[in-house]
Design a protein around this ligand. Structure first.
Ligand SMILES: NC(=O)c1ccc[n+]([C@@H]2O[C@H](COP(=O)([O-])OP(=O)(O)OC[C@H]3O[C@@H](n4cnc5c(N)ncnc54)[C@H](O)[C@@H]3O)[C@@H](O)[C@H]2O)c1
Ligand SMILES: [Zn+2]
Length: 367
């Protein structure tokens, strides 16, 4: 494949997203932003797979490298882990001209970005995402955070990386379930913004699921381009950026209700997209073919499309705690066509209750 480069334009702190199928272009993509000292933040799984490659490249840049390895999993996105990383940074003499390198999935990306945003009031960082979810979503856009025991992603900032380097070859080792979780966000971009991409994806989803590089590079490029465009219009989620939350009102509610144990983020978002589209269908905003197409994509990606055994009252309460909510009303992003969504603040709560009574698959065309 030919390397792809996408610019994310901002009033200050514009940066580029590089997509390639090797580490060949990494040196050039990050060298200007790495000082004489850098700390690579990664998790144990990713460390084993890729740290050696990265270390080698950083040394060739002339940077003194410290490796900080955290436990894999959401629990590492905590103030406690953050504190141990500050300690490591201090002990290794990282100063304001040093850099942080986030190597891994969204957990490591959010955590390392948070460290970079706060250490000495902010130092450079670059993202090297290695999960599909991180490559199409979390590494781009500058949302950095750690969790509080009472709420996810609640301590954070908007802090943009200096560069994003995506090596799609890293996806080869990604477990199937993690690959599918990234597919939920990838499919989301088609439904919120890019109907042309959806048409392409309909023809190519099998190639994507087989992880064929050309197809993956094209799809990841489309997603990053869309995200870059949206973030450049609305960096701090005051308006347009909210549409990236399609599927997330119900998705976050489901994740929180099940203590982040039952579903991966993408699985919860997949279910959220189905049930939020079902609300839109009940409101007459979309026809059944939109819902059918969404379910078709999600099933192709081995994602769940039906919620079983969830208490609707508790789910509604969990959704009411979402941090996108304003003035006590639950914010929903609903489809208003295929490839187009809108933000709704005051939905009829009865209608939301209703959609959980029956599987949306029961009123799809095929049934
Ligand atoms: N900042 C944002 O805009 C944003 C957006 C979406 C999600 N997120 C956050 O992202 C996090 C989820 O990220 P995730 O889904 O990438 O999970 P993750 O970072 O936990 O990675 C999933 C698993 O895959 C492993 N892994 C990573 N790369 C691998 C590879 N190439 N081969 C084999 N195994 C590999 C990891 O060790 C981990 O066990 C959540 O905390 C979520 O809040 C942030
Ligand atoms: Zn998401």
């Amino acid at each position: 494949m030919k390397p792809i480069s996408i610019d994310l334009e901002l009033p200050i702190n514009s940066y580029s997203i590089h997509i390639d199928q090797s580490w060949e272009g990494l040196n050039k993509a990050i060298k200007p932003f790495i000082g004489h000292k850098a700390m690579v933040v990664t998790d144990e799984n990713v460390d084993e797979l890729f740290s050696r490659d990265i270390d080698f490249i950083l040394k060739s840049i002339g940077s003194q490298v410290t490796l900080a390895v955290v436990k894999p999993g959401e629990d590492s996105k905590s103030l406690k882990t953050a504190e141990s990383l500050y300690t490591q940074a201090l002990k290794n003499g990282l100063d304001r001209s040093s850099a942080i390198i986030a190597l891994g999935g969204g957990v490591v990306g959010d955590l390392a970005g948070f460290i970079a945003a706060t250490y000495m009031r902010g130092i450079n960082y670059v993202q090297i995402p290695t999960t599909l979810l991180a490559q199409v979503d979390s590494s781009v856009g500058g949302k950095v955070a750690v969790n509080h025991p009472l709420a996810k992603n609640i301590i954070g900032s908007f802090y943009q990386p200096k560069s994003v380097y995506i090596n799609i070859d890293t996806l080869k080792s990604l477990p199937d379930r993690q690959f599918s979780t990234g597919m939920a966000e990838l499919i989301k971009y088609g439904f919120i913004w890019d109907s042309e991409f959806l048409i392409w994806l309909q023809k190519n989803i099998d190639r994507i699921m087989e992880r064929q590089e050309e197809a993956l590079a094209y799809a990841i490029g489309c997603c990053c381009r869309t995200k870059a465009h949206i973030v450049s219009q609305d960096e701090r989620e005051k308006g347009l950026r909210t549409i990236l939350n399609f599927g997330h009102t119900i998705g976050h509610g489901l994740e929180s209700l099940t203590n982040y144990k039952l579903y991966t983020h993408g699985e919860a978002v997949a279910l959220g997209m189905v049930y939020e589209s079902s609300i839109a269908y009940q409101m007459g905003l979309v026809d059944r073919s939109m819902l059918d197409l969404l379910i078709w994509f999600l099933e192709k990606a081995n994602l769940p499309t039906e919620i079983h055994g969830v208490d609707t009252e508790s789910l509604m309460r969990a959704m009411a705690h979402d941090k996108k909510n304003k003035d006590d009303s639950i914010v929903f992003v609903l489809p208003v066509g295929t490839g187009k969504v809108d933000v709704f603040n005051n939905l009829d709560i009865k209608l939301v209750h209703e959609v959980f009574k029956e599987s949306p698959k029961n009123y799809s065309i095929d049934n």
